[in-house]
Every structure is written in C-alpha cells, then in structure tokens.
Ligand binder design. Sequence first.
Ligand SMILES: *Cc1c(COP(=O)(O)O)cnc(C)c1O
Length: 414
Amino acid sequence: MLDIDKTKALINKNSTSFYAFEEDEFKNNYLDLLNTFRSIYSDYNIAYSYKTNYTPYICNCVKELGGMAEVVSDMEYTLAKKLGYSNSNIIYNGPVKGEKLKEHILNGGLLNIDNIDEAKNIMNIAKNNPNKFIKVGIRVNFDVGAGYISRFGLELDSDEFVETINLLKTMPNINIVGLHCHISRARNIDSWQKRIDKLLYAADKYLNKTPEYIDVGSGMFGKMDPFFAKQFGDNVPSYLDYAKVVAGTMERHYHGQEVKPLLISEPGTTIISNYMSLISKVVQIKTIRDKKFATINSSFYNAGDVCLVKQLPYYVLDNNLNLKTKECKGISVMGYTCLEQDCIAKNFNTELEVGNYIVFGNVGGYSIVSKPPFIQPNVPIFAISKKRNKEIEIKRYESFDDIFATFLIDGMYI
Ligand SMILES: *Cc1c(COP(=O)(O)O)cnc(C)c1O
C-alpha cells in the first residue's frame, strides 16, 4: 500500500479520489516471480494479462522488463502493437477474437485456439495464405478441482479435442506449437500440479514433437498485505511454492533435452493488484436505524469486485493527515453512486470523520478496466518511483467530453 508520506504529497494536489501505482515495488515483485521460476526452469517468461489492468504505462513496465503481452481482444492487441511489441511477443487468447487476429497470425504471432469453430476459421486463413506459416496453440480444458465447469478451451481427450487437432494437422502450413490452459478460482497448489501434469500429458500424447511453449495461464496468489492475505487462510502459496510444482515438473519432464519448451505464465491480478492503491475522502457520515454509513468520493467500481468478497487492506488519515488508529465498530463505507450495493467496506473498524482520507490497497486488478462511466467519469492514476522525486500522472481525470464523445448530441459528435 502507498505509504503515508507519499499519500500526503498526492492528497495536497488532488480534489477527487485517485489511484497510485507503486512502480518500483511492482517491478521488484515482477522480477521476483520471474527469477524464482527461472531458478528452477530457465526457459520461462511472463505474459502480462492486459485485461486485468491495461494502463499503458504499466504494460510498458512489463515490456521494459522483457515480458510478453497476453491480449484477448483487438483493442488490447492494438495497444500491445502501439507499445512496440512484435507479434511474436504477443499471445492472443480468448473466446471471441477480433479481425486483427489474421494480421497477427500471418506475422508470426502466437494464439491459443479456444474452440473448433475458431480452428476452422484459422484453417481458412491458412488456405488463403498458402505461403505463410501459421503457428497455433490449443487451450486445453480439464478439471483441476475448481468446483465449476469452465467454458473455455477444448476438453482434453474429448472427440471435439481430437477432431480439432486432426483437422489442424491436415493443413501443411499450420503447426501446432503450444498448449495452454487458464483456470480461474483455483489458486491452491494441488490444482497447479494438475494443470502442469495435464498439459504435459496432452503435449506427449497429441503433439508430434516437443512443443515450443507450454502456457499455464495464471490463477496464482501474488504477494499480499498480511491483513488481506489472512482472509485466504493460512496456506497461501508463495512464488517459490508454485515454481517448485510448475517449473520443477517442467524441468524433470524435459531434463536433458537440448531445446526445451518455453514455459509461460500469464499473471494479471497476481502481479498488479498489490501495487495499486485508491485514495478517497470521506464526504458524509450518517446513522439510519442504528446503522452507520460513511460515504466517500469513490465507488465500488473504483475499488473493483474484490471489495465485495474480501476486506481490502486500508489505513485512515485524519484531517491533519496523521494516521488514525482510534477504533469504532461496524461502519459501512459506501460509494458515491445511487446503488444500495455500492459498499466498499463492510464492518470498517477505524473511526471516521468527514474530511478524513481512506487509503485502500490491493485495487490494481479489475478496477480501472471495469469502471463504467456510471454517474461519474474515472479518476487519475499517478505512478510513484524513487528514481524520480516527483510522481507522474499516467492517466488524467476523465472529462465530460471523454464520456460523451461517442454519443450524438444535438445532431453532432463532440
Ligand atoms: C484473466 C486471465 C489471466 C490472468 O490471471 P490472474 O489470475 O489474474 O493472474 C491469464 N490468462 C487468461 C487467459 C486470462 O483470461
């Protein structure tokens, strides 16, 4: 979470709520994940999940560190290209890919096929471009004990899976070079052993040669504030725990081979959530039938879905910007929207007064990208780095024009 001094410096310059991105901490954590995996299996790289938080400045930090881009739409693909990515460092995933997929795969880009209809579409592109060589991966679906049936990918060993592979193999200019999976809501270590075991089983059984890559998606826990981490139980795995299972299994499986597959993981929340904070001001406090509400100048959309299921880490600054520790039980911290469910924290237990600031941590994932233009435009983001003695604004406050530019007003677009 952003420390008190940095928060103070930013508060003095902003009248709205705002986000702070901790660049140095983000990069250190990124390198920790990378190096932990590489210490066990050297051919490993990170493909950052753009959908989680596609702030271009953050995507560029990943690029600077040598990371790949994992995109799931033409919009995200276009951003990766704008940031200077070559197609071979972009992985195009997702159930509904856009028209730019064609440009992508004809230029050596990686994609993971989700379904048989998409495979047929790729075969058509291959037919119409007989001089181009197309590399494809397959997203594989299997049960890792997540407790629900995932709709993504092709079910391992099913008729449709086998048919898709056989169809693709009939094309002389298509090469199946990789296997992929991504399963959400299953972050425990056992499920990770299953992921890597199933992918390697599929590679041995269905690919004619050693794959160029094995892509395990993500769904790992990242580093967390202790207050936040304890809400996930006592056994939150570390990067090393995951690396021992995933990179360790890869190392044993391909031991002694001269050319090993690239192991890829696609962290999103895993690497960004912990490095963004949301700083908001308390606007009003009221009690209704003994229930205490404090309303702030952010909404639950700014904090992201996570605030609905867990209590975000936080601290409070009083009106002199000193840390506040006085307890007070059971306040609901509510957002500025007109929705009853716009609650950012239930049972908040630090005393609040109008004019206090609340700093919420762990808001980097599914927040900026999931904030609808509902009632208010979005707020700015600042990047903080020790190398500069000044923060930089990496997203400005959205204006009326930003929101209404796409609507016809008085017969005209703005
Ligand atoms: C959302 C998504 C990710 C990101 O996973 P995290 O658990 O947030 O790290 C990775 N890969 C794919 C295909 C995704 O859809």
